[in-house]
Design a protein around this ligand. Structure first.
Ligand SMILES: Cc1ncc(COP(=O)(O)O)c(C=O)c1O
Length: 386
């Protein structure tokens, strides 16, 4: 029977979507320094416009819409060359690459591909907040495995094994991890024991800090079906040009490639212009990415040196990525802590924003323009020094 009651079914139906206390305080605090941003275009990291113009030029002269379900061949070939340049080099077939509009869209396709409603996926217990909503949108459950802070946030293999059941369809891994900066550097025995497909998000792979390289995940686990996700949003600081990809190793492509192609063909989300530009972006981005990586490393150096002087903060140099995830002593209420810092003019994210329930943590993004970052850190250190 038709009802006039509010919708009780569908995505986030019944959820409380009102602003939380931190969001309300943020809206009421003009002029604070935002140390949470992940948006390079807000912090002076601007991919050279001339390289973009030159890369786009041939497209306009020969423009014709020839959609390809896995993405334009030249773009897929450029992506496979990228993996050959990773350390260790990884040889992939262009046909094993599927181009999407973003990494987030890639996740969405893979959730549909791998799981039925009621199934579950294993995800880290601390992670950037995307999986929960994506899983809800796909009617799959997330079961969290533990990252061990005392071992540099490495994956706790016992918890990985304990959390899997007969409905588990894949393991999600983020390496370098957001926000802890952990990079998976060695094969994980528990993954081979589980034998499940692995989705590894490598969007920060080029942003290394404490360790020299991010091994492409399929190089660590060649016999498991592995889907590696990446895109130009972080790699080239081009989140607005909307291009990501799924790179499959041979076991993943053999079992899932044909069905993934049909799924991607349903949407054809990646626009042809950006795909056509991609080979030139890879070829002509070296100077920019070197400057960007250098700036981020210098900001991490500065932040770690400054925070080392604050007796209530403990922060480990990250393996990679551009975030610091610091443990704060003397506070057990993260919301109160973040509000305390905001009242002094600086915004950070609380650990609970990333699902972290053990101890008190704050996240600081070192993508922020260096002067702003320095001033923000001074405020934090002053506010947290007894
Ligand atoms: C680990 C990680 N993966 C993926 C994304 C999103 O990437 P995209 O812009 O390609 O959807 C983000 C965004 O911050 C991220 O932190």
């Amino acid at each position: 029977m038709p009802s006039s009651a509010p919708a009780a079914a569908g995505f986030l139906a019944g959820a409380d979507l009102s602003a939380n206390a931190i969001e309300c305080a943020r809206r009421a605090s003009p002029g604070y320094l935002d140390l949470t941003s992940s948006n390079p275009t807000h912090h002076g990291l601007i991919f050279p416009p001339q390289v973009l113009r030159t890369a786009a030029e041939p497209y306009w002269a020969t423009r014709r819409y020839d959609p390809e379900p896995r993405g334009l061949p030249a773009a897929r070939e450029a992506i496979t060359r990228h993996y050959l340049g990773r350390i260790p080099p990884l040889h992939l077939q262009p046909d094993h690459v599927v181009i999407t509009a973003s990494t987030s869209e890639a996740y969405s396709l893979l959730f549909t591909l791998l799981a039925d409603p009621g199934d579950n996926l294993l995800a880290p217990d601390v992670t950037y907040p995307l999986f929960e909503h994506l899983a809800a949108a796909h009617h799959v459950a997330l079961r969290t495995y533990r990252l061990d802070e005392s071992r540099g946030w490495q994956i706790d293999e016992a918890s990985l094994l304990a959390r899997a059941d007969s409905h588990t369809r894949a393991v999600l891994i983020v390496s370098p991890h957001n926000p802890t900066g952990m990079i998976v550097q060695r094969p994980i025995v528990a993954l081979d024991q589980l034998g499940l497909p692995v989705i590894c998000d490598e969007v920060f792979a080029d942003f290394t800090y404490r360790v020299p390289h991010t091994p492409p995940f399929a190089a660590l686990h060649p016999s498991l079906p592995v889907f590696m996700l990446n895109g130009i949003s972080k790699m080239f600081a081009l989140p607005d040009l909307k291009l990501g990809w799924i790179a499959m190793n041979a076991p993943a492509a053999a079992t899932f490639g044909a069905r993934l192609e049909i799924l991607n063909d349903l949407y054809l989300g990646a626009n042809s212009l950006t795909q056509a530009m991609l080979p030139a972006l890879f070829a002509n981005s070296l100077e920019f990415t070197a400057v960007m990586h250098q700036r981020i490393r210098a900001s991490l150096d500065m932040a770690l040196a400054m925070l080392a002087g604050c007796p209530t903060l403990r922060v480990r140099p990250p393996d990679g990525g551009y975030y610091l995830f610091a443990r704060v002593q003397g506070w057990d209420d993260e919301e109160a802590l973040v509000l305390h810092l905001l009242a002094r003019g600086v915004l950070v994210h609380p650990g609970f924003f990333y699902g972290c329930e053990d101890g008190t943590h704050i996240m600081i993004s070192c993508l922020i323009a260096p002067q702003t970052l320095e001033r923000g850190l001074e405020i934090i250190i002053e506010a947290l020094t007894p």
